[in-house]
Design a binder for this molecule. Structure first.
Ligand code: HEC
Ligand code: HEC
Length: 293
């Protein structure tokens, strides 16, 4: 099981700039997300948090982060530093793909369970799920804090990729070219966004500006198809709002055809396969597209 809020990770880089309304509002997390969470809980949470981008973020719970800070000080700080920005003995976690993909311990947990140094020399596999969730809250808090206080710090770190390799990935394995063009829709994109925003736009194009909605087409057997913006969908019902704003709902019977269309599906899927290197290379490549050719 790999619980993950989709679309997940790198939004944190952007969150710095639009420091999140939901964090500020102290959005309540469902209790199943406070521990390790479960895929179904995550999906349910996502469904509820239908507001633009709100499902993307790791929403920091301040009390959990405080608890995480104590564990951090006891087990991690000597190598990863007070701000999680790294020391000579451990890397900067603000730029860690594991952390950026992590939601409430979803990736940090499996990473620590594989075995990792700790200051106390207690095996890292012995952390409980709530402890891992607390650590995750603390590290994400550091990530947001770092990005808010010092965008330039991140800018330097982000442009470490190889633009040539990025171009190759863009045109090849990444299949970006099937939807985008460096001389078309992405022409000059490097001049439009600072690198952290660029990285965020590439990994989470939906976030930050509302984004295009998920639509759905429902066809009852023998009836006419109806399309609109997806309002709600689970195993039992599906509902949409049509162009006039009218709400329609169906019971999900076997003869009802439901086709969901998420304009960002390719980008969500990308999160599961892109490597750290690919990501940095692509960002360096996109950043090099600074002029409209
Ligand atoms: C003795 C030093 C040391 C301690 C203590 C330590 N780490 Fe690390 N950590 C490292 C080193 C070195 C790496 C890079 C090599 C690796 O991935 O194992 C690393 C890597 C990581 C990564 C992966 C970064 C990436 O994206 O590759 C995470 C996450 C992490 N540590 C979290 C923690 C947490 C959480 C704690 C405390 C519970 C902790 N570490 C304690 C030295 C340490
Ligand atoms: C199946 C189609 C598809 C594929 C494949 C795809 N994208 Fe996208 N991409 C989109 C859509 C749709 C958007 C959102 C456009 C919008 O909202 O206006 C988007 C947005 C973006 C943006 C943000 C543009 C902006 O102006 O904010 C970037 C950057 C981007 N994609 C880069 C990539 C890269 C790099 C790859 C390959 C690793 C890739 N995309 C693969 C469909 C795709």
């Amino acid at each position: 099981m790999k619980p993950r809020l989709v679309p997940g990770a790198l939004i944190v880089l952007f969150v710095a700039m639009s420091m999140t309304s939901s964090v500020a509002r102290g959005q309540q997390l469902p209790s199943c997300l406070r521990g390790r969470g479960s895929a179904s809980c995550l999906r349910a949470f996502q469904g509820r948090a239908a507001g633009p981008g709100s499902a993307d973020k790791h929403v920091v719970d301040a009390a959990a982060a405080d608890r995480g800070k104590k564990i951090w000080a006891g087990e991690c700080i000597s190598c990863h530093g007070t701000q999680a920005r790294g020391t000579d003995s451990g890397p900067n976690l603000v730029q860690s793909v594991i952390v950026l993909h992590d939601r409430y311990g979803s990736d940090l947990g499996p990473f620590l369970r594989k075995g990792h140094p700790t200051q106390s020399r207690e095996p890292s596999a012995s952390f409980s799920d709530p402890q891992i969730a607390d650590l995750s809250h603390f590290i994400h808090q550091r990530v947001y804090e770092t990005l808010r206080s010092s965008p330039t710090f991140v800018v330097q770190d982000i442009l470490t990729g190889d633009p040539g390799a990025g171009a190759k990935y863009f045109n090849g394995e990444g299949r970006c070219v099937t939807c985008h063009s460096p001389t078309g829709d992405l022409a000059g994109i490097g001049g439009r966004y600072a690198p952290p925003v660029l990285q965020q736009r590439f990994i989470f194009p939906r976030s930050g500006r509302g984004g295009r909605p998920v639509t759905v087409t429902v066809t009852p057997s023998g009836g006419a198809p109806m399309s609109g913006v997806l309002a709600q969908m689970d195993d039992f019902t599906v509902s949409l709002r049509d162009a006039s704003g009218a709400y329609h709902s169906w019971k999900r019977t076997p003869d009802l055809t439901v086709v969901k269309n998420d304009p960002y599906a390719a980008h969500i899927e990308l999160l599961d396969r892109i490597t750290d290197k690919n990501m940095h290379d692509v960002v360096a490549y996109l950043a090099s597209l600074s002029r409209v050719q």
